[in-house]
Design a protein around this ligand. Structure first.
Ligand code: 6PG
Length: 470
């Protein structure tokens, strides 16, 4: 029996799959796409199902029962504004527009204000899980006015991924652009963890001289461990894939230049604006940019020397150390992301519940892993926790595993393998745990050339000195 209808505008693969997910959960879906090919694809995929497909925006709006609920599944950017503009010609005050794309949070703020002024409700909603997740249960991160969230929550709870013990992977992330902010940081963490995995792979092949199948075994083994989760699982999958165009392993034939669509960069940018250190996540963006300099790297590889590589014999020790290095670096990635959301929630008055964010990342999303449950517990116990590294559960793991991160970086340095994110992670933790940093000298330098003044450890006040006089 139908439980009311729900509109989906934008029928790319994600839009199609979310629409099918909504229909499977008992709602009639009214689906809209202006272009014929996408609309026809949807017609084919939904044949015999409770889905009505239209290419007319008027008909789309007419078919929906007021107050209308419209989910936009449009590529973030100008396209989102265009669809909103067209829709609002026909919608009525009180209708709800949900933006399910990866929109940049300042755009969500702008749209939120404009739409509210016209009497519409707007929900900026992060959706994670890729194509499969969209169809079978994504992690959903909505934000905006709570009263609008309440009206769509029954649908979102049905279509979201389910945890075994912790409910559906959807929660109210907070006011205004909180949903898209949380999703952006999710992607920042995704960038960090993926780059860590890639550096570990690089050390295994270059420093230890291991073959792709041997490296695959390592990751397959880790899927059952404390760091097990989606990204480790799909790493094992990627490394097991045979080249269907020739012989050998597909991953070895893939051009080593990474793409990006912006969410990782935005995470780094907002962290700089808010003054929150997230070096692991930021360096993952830098690593992608460096990978893009392929022609320059090819030239430089002929000019700049690296150390001679002799593969050590103690592979088992290295694999164990790499496990711990991955463990601590994954924890640091989540810690940096959570600290950023914590600060953004204060600065932008989101009112985000960090324990809830960790809970809804337990299933469905790209960064789901076994670490999310203890992260949830930590923030449940201490909602104002500034950095989860200091929570007793995580500080014990960090203290146990950090020596191995140091060891891995020594080995990588000795064998000339870049550790862009692993190195940034070590520096982050070493800095964070340092009572004293060399910023005393930095302040001296600033005061020396620019009279920027400094404070003292042993006296109150603001000081300036003539540093060129002994
Ligand atoms: C998700 C993903 C999804 C998408 C990223 C990839 O949570 O489902 O994060 O949103 O795969 O946008 O981003 P890049 O193309 O920048 O790697």
């Amino acid at each position: 029996m139908s439980q009311g209808n729900f509109g989906v505008a934008g029928l790319g693969v994600m839009g199609q799959n979310v629409a099918l997910n909504i229909e499977r959960n008992g709602f009639e879906v009214i689906a809209y796409n202006r272009s014929e090919d996408k609309a026809n694809e949807m017609r084919e995929k939904s044949a015999g199902k409770n889905v009505f497909v239209t290419q007319s925006i008027e008909e789309f709006v007419q078919k929906l029962e007021p107050p209308r609920r419209v989910l936009l599944m449009v590529t973030a950017g100008a396209g989102t504004d265009a669809v909103i503009e067209a829709l609002t010609q026909h919608l009525e005050p009180g209708d709800i527009i949900i933006d399910g794309g990866n929109s940049h949070f300042p755009d969500t703020n702008r749209r939120n204000e404009a739409l509210q002024a016209k009497g519409f409700h707007f929900v900026g909603c992060g959706i994670s899980g890729g194509e499969e997740g969209a169809l079978w249960g994504p992690s959903i991160m909505p934000g905006g006015k709570y009263e609008a969230y309440e009206r769509i929550a029954p649908v979102l709870e049905k279509i979201a991924a389910k945890t075994e013990d912790d409910g559906p992977c959807v929660t109210y992330c907070g006011r205004t652009s909180a949903g898209h902010y949380v999703k952006m940081v999710h992607n920042g963490i995704e960038y960090g963890i993926m780059q860590i995995i890639c550096e570990v792979y690089d050390i295994l092949r270059k420093s230890a001289g291991m073959s792709t199948p041997k490296i695959q075994e390592v990751f397959a083994d880790w899927t059952k461990s404390e760091i097990g989760g989606f990204l480790i699982e799909i790493t094992a999958q990627c490394l097991a894939k045979k080249d269907d165009q020739g012989s050998g392993w597909l991953v070895e034939k893939v051009l080593d230049t990474a793409g990006q669509k912006g969410t990782g960069k935005w995470t780094a940018q907002t962290a700089l604006d808010l003054g929150v250190p997230i070096p692991t996540l930021s360096m993952a963006v830098e690593a992608r940019i460096l990978s893009g300099l392929k022609p320059q790297r090819v030239e430089a590889s002929k000019i700049l020397d690296g150390p001679e590589r002799r593969h050590g014999k103690r592979r088992k020790d290295l694999v164990e150390a790499l496990f711990n290095a991955t463990y601590v670096s994954m924890i640091a990635s989540y810690a940096q992301g959570m600290a950023l959301i914590q600060e953004a929630s204060k600065e932008y008055d989101y009112g985000t519940n960090l324990a809830e964010v960790a809970r809804i990342w337990k299933e469905g999303c790209i960064i789901r892993s076994k670490l999310l449950d203890p992260i949830k517990q930590a923030f449940k116990e201490q909602p104002g926790l500034a950095n989860m590294l200091t929570h007793p559960y995580f500080s014990k793991i960090v203290n146990d595993t950090l020596p191995d991160l140091r060891k891995v970086i020594r080995i990588a340095a000795r064998t000339g393998v870049p550790t862009t994110c692993l190195g940034a992670t070590l520096a982050y933790i070493e800095s964070y745990r340092s009572e004293f940093l060399p910023a005393n000298l930095l302040q001296g330098l600033r005061d020396n050339f620019g009279a920027h003044t400094y404070k003292r450890l042993d006296m109150e006040g603001v000081f300036h000195s003539q540093w060129n006089e002994k």
